[in-house]
Write a protein that binds this ligand. Structure first.
Ligand code: PEP
Ligand code: MN
Length: 374
């Protein structure tokens, strides 16, 4: 047929004959394809095969009339990366067949992960509403908001004690005082608390108060912070970096899982695009992709997502319809007086309307609003 012919003399020989992975049926341990430049002499192909083997993989060259490739069999996640082969002049491309994230992938864990936040279940059929102010500003502001969001059906109270601000002159949060107020609000209302950890320095004392650690968009790839947060074993909500690809976001999630903490949620909060009518572009397609690719619950933050209070209600409906496992919404007693993100915070009335909108959207995606704590 003149098509592709296996060149056993260049390959790994008979021990890699079994393409189902050294005697195990059905699964390859991992596969990479190294594309050789056209017209490379056989000696140059052998050189690549030898190099692949040196790096710990089985290798087999497949010589076609037009194109030759070397298949490398082995798990790139546990071996040396093969991308370095691009340094060889006869190598045109190195193609990965396997996903770079393993623990975060649906393949490794087909069922939805259900995160247990001190008795509140999130994921699978359990949909969770997280709401509260952008920043914790005062006892009065936080408690009034906590009572209002609880009465409307929220289960988790949000509120930043440590705020990442673009300018150092803006309100950067009450710090430990803010954490104490969150603890007070939890005590009074029974709501669980989610709050952001900005730095490794704060992990221990934030974890002592928070029920969920929020990792913000600006820290999404701060891997040392991810590892420190993971070690607390607390549930973690990992926001997507504002310029992150979905693969990078899932690799960030992988850091937390690889550290032995399975209590993780992803959060889509909008990405930077050329659009100026919204602060960010809320990527609802990413919600669908993340749900397909990963078993982790996906939460949507339409507040940072659009940066506009007038769009939050519609985006909430859309997010739930897309299959989100929860929403994270900024709510303030008087958004015009907020110390941060006033333009995107909804008031109590609008929050109530958002909650009343949800049932039909939850119904089509087979979810129930998770139970409130007593
Ligand atoms: C926030 O939730 O207030 C916040 C700062 O979020 P992000 O990290 O998504 O900007
Ligand atoms: Mn905010």
């Amino acid at each position: 047929m003149g098509g592709i012919r296996e060149a056993r003399e260049n390959g790994a020989g008979s021990d890699s004959e079994n393409w189902t992975g050294r005697g195990q049926t059905g699964r390859l341990p991992g596969l990479m394809i190294i594309v050789i430049r056209p017209h490379a002499p056989p000696g140059k192909i052998e050189e690549v095969v030898a190099e692949v083997k040196k790096l710990g993989y089985d290798a087999r060259a497949i010589i076609g009339t037009e194109q030759t490739v070397v298949a490398a069999i082995g798990d790139e996640r546990t071996h040396h990366t093969l991308e370095s082969l691009l340094a060889m002049p006869q190598v045109e491309n190195v193609l990965r067949v396997q996903k770079r994230y393993k623990l975060a992938s649906r393949e490794s864990h087909p069922k939805d992960t259900i995160v247990n936040v001190d008795g509140v279940l999130i994921g699978g059929p359990h949909f969770c509403m997280m709401a509260g102010p952008c920043s914790v500003e005062s006892e009065q502001q936080l408690l009034a908001t906590a009572r209002a969001v609880k009465a409307a059906g929220a289960t988790v109270l949000r509120g930043g004690a440590y705020k990442p601000r673009t300018s150092p002159y803006e309100f950067r949060g009450l710090g430990k005082e803010g954490l104490a107020l969150l603890a007070l609000a939890r005590k009074e209302t029974g709501l669980k608390v989610i709050t952001e950890v900005l730095s490794e320095r704060d992990v221990e004392h934030v974890a002592a108060t928070a029920d969920i650690l929020q990792i913000g968009t600006r820290n999404s790839q701060n891997f040392e912070l991810l590892i420190e947060c993971a070690r607390t074993k607390k549930p973690i909500l990992l926001k997507r970096g504002m310029s992150e690809r979905i693969e990078e976001w899932l690799l960030g999630a992988e850091y937390i899982l690889a550290e032995g903490n399975p209590n993780e949620m992803l959060c889509e909060r909008g990405i930077r695009t050329f659009e100026t009518y919204t602060r960010n572009t809320l990527d609802l397609a990413a919600v669908a992709v993340a749900k397909k690719e990963s078993h982790l619950p996906v939460i949507v933050d339409p507040s940072q997502g659009a940066g506009r209070a007038d769009l939050v209600r519609m985006l909430c409906r859309g997010a739930v319809a897309m299959g989100a496992d929860g929403l994270l919404i900024e709510v303030h007693p008087n958004p015009a007086e907020a110390l941060s993100d006033g333009q995107q915070q909804v008031d109590f009335e609008l929050f109530g309307a958002i909650m009343r909108d949800l049932p039909p959207f939850l119904k089509v995606t087979g979810r129930n609003l998770c139970d409130q704590s007593p």
